[in-house]
Design a protein around this ligand. Structure first.
Ligand SMILES: Cc1cc2nc3c(=O)[nH]c(=O)nc-3n(C[C@H](O)[C@H](O)[C@H](O)COP(=O)(O)O)c2cc1C
Length: 310
């Protein structure tokens, strides 16, 4: 049994969901999971999160949409996706066969859009949880991102919660002054957990052509470059809320997973590392089991918030 890799108890809970281990895959980096089946034994993962789904289909930004940076990458995919109706009719059938919980990541331009997507996903078989991407601009509020204003983040959370029958995870934006304040406001609004961080806004310029490297000019930075920022934010948020925290940002190895759990994460998500090593998530589970056994821990849960301060 995957929750007992080498006899080690790796189980963790997110709301009412029990995961066989804390290693999840991050939205937008693992397709609809099927694509990774030749490389990864999905049974071994804690959960998968699928690409962000909007109410209507989106074609995304023009290319180039991805560039490599020092220790990371910048992307401006522009949230390309098939829209919620086609997601349910075309993608859900194969996701229903996935042997681990499936979180559907959702996004919207307005509060009503978030509410509508959540309503359409309610009761759909195979949806184990919702992850709400609040890094999107609110078109009714001059394009200010939902995730940057505590009241707006709370409003999205309550709207989605009101329509959902499964745990709701709110995914926080790091592009804020005080991420703990946002975390507290979504917890008060009923979030079952928070996940963090989404990408940091960045930019790359080609000195020869004097042009931006991304057609969209700015994009989201991910990968090892953002890990220290993510760890710091997970540490701060874990102290500010009592709901589970899911750590994301530059996680590549089991050692990274342990660091995020010591900072206070209950679970983690692996993103950009999937592009470098499609087996990264499964390798991390295996390495985590070895670490827990070697450290003679009763369960992986003993790591959560176990940081020893100077
Ligand atoms: C190509 C790409 C697409 C992404 N798409 C989404 C998305 O649709 N929804 C979302 O909430 N986050 C999305 N993200 C953000 C990741 O899920 C993750 O939060 C971020 O990349 C940081 O983790 P990492 O450093 O392990 O990649 C995307 C990231 C990348 C690199």
């Amino acid at each position: 049994m995957a929750s007992q890799v080498n006899g080690v108890d790796l189980r963790v809970s997110i709301g009412t969901l029990s995961l066989r281990n804390p290693v999840m895959t991050a939205s937008g980096t693992f397709g609809y999971a099927r694509e990774f089946m030749p490389y990864v034994n999905l049974h071994r993962l804690g959960a998968v999160v699928v690409k962000g789904i909007s109410l209507e289909p989106r074609s995304g930004n023009p290319p180039p949409r991805i560039v490599e940076t020092s220790a990371g990458m910048l992307n401006a995919i522009g949230l390309e996706n098939v829209g919620v109706e086609r997601f349910i009719s075309d993608k859900m059938a194969s996701l229903q066969g996935i042997p681990v919980p499936v979180f559907v990541n959702i996004l919207g331009d307005t509060l009503d859009e978030y509410k509508e997507i959540a309503a359409r996903l309610a009761g759909v078989q195979g949806v184990s949880g919702i992850e709400v991407n609040i890094s999107c601009p609110n078109v009714k509020k001059g394009g200010v991102a939902f995730g940057t204003v505590p009241e707006m983040a709370a409003a999205v959370t309550s709207a989605v919660k009101a329509e959902s029958t499964v745990p709701v995870v709110v995914k926080l934006s790091p592009n804020v002054t005080d991420i703990s304040a946002i975390a507290r406001s979504v917890e008060d609004a009923g979030a079952d957990a928070v996940s963090l961080i989404n990408t940091l806004i960045g930019m790359a310029i080609d000195s020869r052509s004097r042009r931006p490297r991304l057609a969209n000019v700015i994009g989201g930075l991910s990968g090892p470059a953002i890990k220290p920022v993510a760890l710091r934010m997970v540490y701060q948020v874990a102290q500010a809320v009592s709901i589970p925290v899911i750590g994301i940002g530059g996680i590549e190895t089991a050692e990274d997973v342990v660091e995020f759990m010591l900072a206070g994460a209950t679970a983690v998500q692996i993103g950009t590392a999937n592009f470098v090593n499609p087996r990264a998530s499964e390798d991390a589970v295996e390495g985590l089991a070895h670490y827990v056994a070697e450290q003679k821990l009763g369960s992986v849960r003993e790591l959560i918030g176990g940081l020893i301060l100077p």
